[in-house]
Design a protein around this ligand. Sequence first.
Ligand SMILES: Nc1ncnc2c1ncn2[C@@H]1O[C@H](COP(=O)(O)OP(=O)(O)OP(=O)(O)O)[C@@H](O)[C@H]1O
Length: 465
Amino acid sequence: MPAERFPMQDQLLSILNALEDGIFITDLMGRPLWVNRASLDQLACSETHLFASDVYRLEEEGIFSPSVTRFVIDERRPVSVVHRYRGKDYLVNGRLFSLYGGEPDAVLVQTRNLGEDVLATRAPNETQALLDYALRQLRKVRQEQVRPLDKDARLSRSPVYRRCLDLIERAAAADTTVLLTGETGVGKSWLVSRLHQLSARHDKPLIHVNCAAIPEALLEAELFGHVKGAFTGASREGREGYVALAEGGTLFLDEIGDLPATLQPKLLQLLQERVYHPLGGKPTHADVRIVAATNADLAGKVREGSFRSDLYYRLNIIPVRVPPLRERREDILALARYLLMRVGERLQRPMQLDRSALRALLKYSWPGNVRELENLLERMTVVCDATTITADDLELEVSHEQASPFPVEEGLQDGETLPERMTELERRLVIETLEREGSTRRTARALGVSQSWLMRRIKRYGIAR
Ligand SMILES: Nc1ncnc2c1ncn2[C@@H]1O[C@H](COP(=O)(O)OP(=O)(O)OP(=O)(O)O)[C@@H](O)[C@H]1O
């Protein structure tokens, strides 16, 4: 089994591979992380196929029937069942566990072939003890040697959003100013936390300041702090501002377009000279990385004179445009499943979406972007009687149904050719139908093509499954 998928010391690999019990580990989205030899033999499925898929799809394909992993993910509790599989009886134990020693972040399924005995000579807990030992060692190895698994990086199938994630990753390493722009709810703040986590400053604070939410009269003191008695109403001891609180880390200035004109030169000084003035105090040196975000048209504000152009250019060193959800339709269903799982976990109510709901989510234009999707799924989790959400439950407004993503009347984009447009249309249709239908067999039927044609396209477009 490939060590790069799940780095592990050789001895541990040998122990786990020597077990007669099958060991199958997935993340909480049901994506395989590691599987031992016995488990692969039991499943009679190629390793490549297994790792390119998730338990939901594998269940649809009949490789699991049903999947114990899915049950553990949905129910959030351990389960023990006896499965008859290819003429043999297996005792299957599934449970949540933590790879890092904190909150559960993975599912472990252990499969024992009952036919081959569960011999009286073998202490029943022997395998379990060995396994627990191996997992303890594994946690240690991971904590020492590798960075935590990046659970979210695989969340995007959209080239535009992947470019955005890529840019964030590069910017994280560069320690320079970044300006994120994009509609409300697209995930600008989410990307800033990701940037901070990936940067060398990750063990220092990330301070989020919403420039639009703090009254103008207070913003300067909040940002830069004040010494005692600096102004009427100031606290007697004086107070540190957000810049000081972010020392060594990242200062995230959200809604930067609302930064008052009086503060703009002060921020410029901080950016250029790394110096600021607490109210009533001396110039102070700061070591912070500044990241700003806005859903306003900042260049327009510069043109109309309400935002300083020198500050704009200084902030705009690495501009990152975060695309709205309607421009990354390939991600809608994967995000919906992920967010539904997250909210289900929080509210202790696992839910699922039926096919009519998936179709409705794809048709809608999401003016409120990821936040709107998240809020809708939370509302559904609270108000739906049944645990399966249907299109009727969603009540998405027809007026917000999306026009075709490829309107003929708009013609081709600058420099785009007809074959390029056709290829992109094919790619998107394949991805969306796969997301909706789950298995390649059903997708091929829905698209009216053969399964081998579909498999070739999946390969050609590098569609992760
Ligand atoms: N790629 C993603 N994966 C998971 N959750 C996401 C992702 N992008 C955004 N979210 C979630 O969507 C919600 C909205 O995101 P966020 O607050 O970052 O948007 P925003 O662009 O900063 O919005 P605003 O401009 O209104 O401040 C958050 O709850 C966030 O966790």
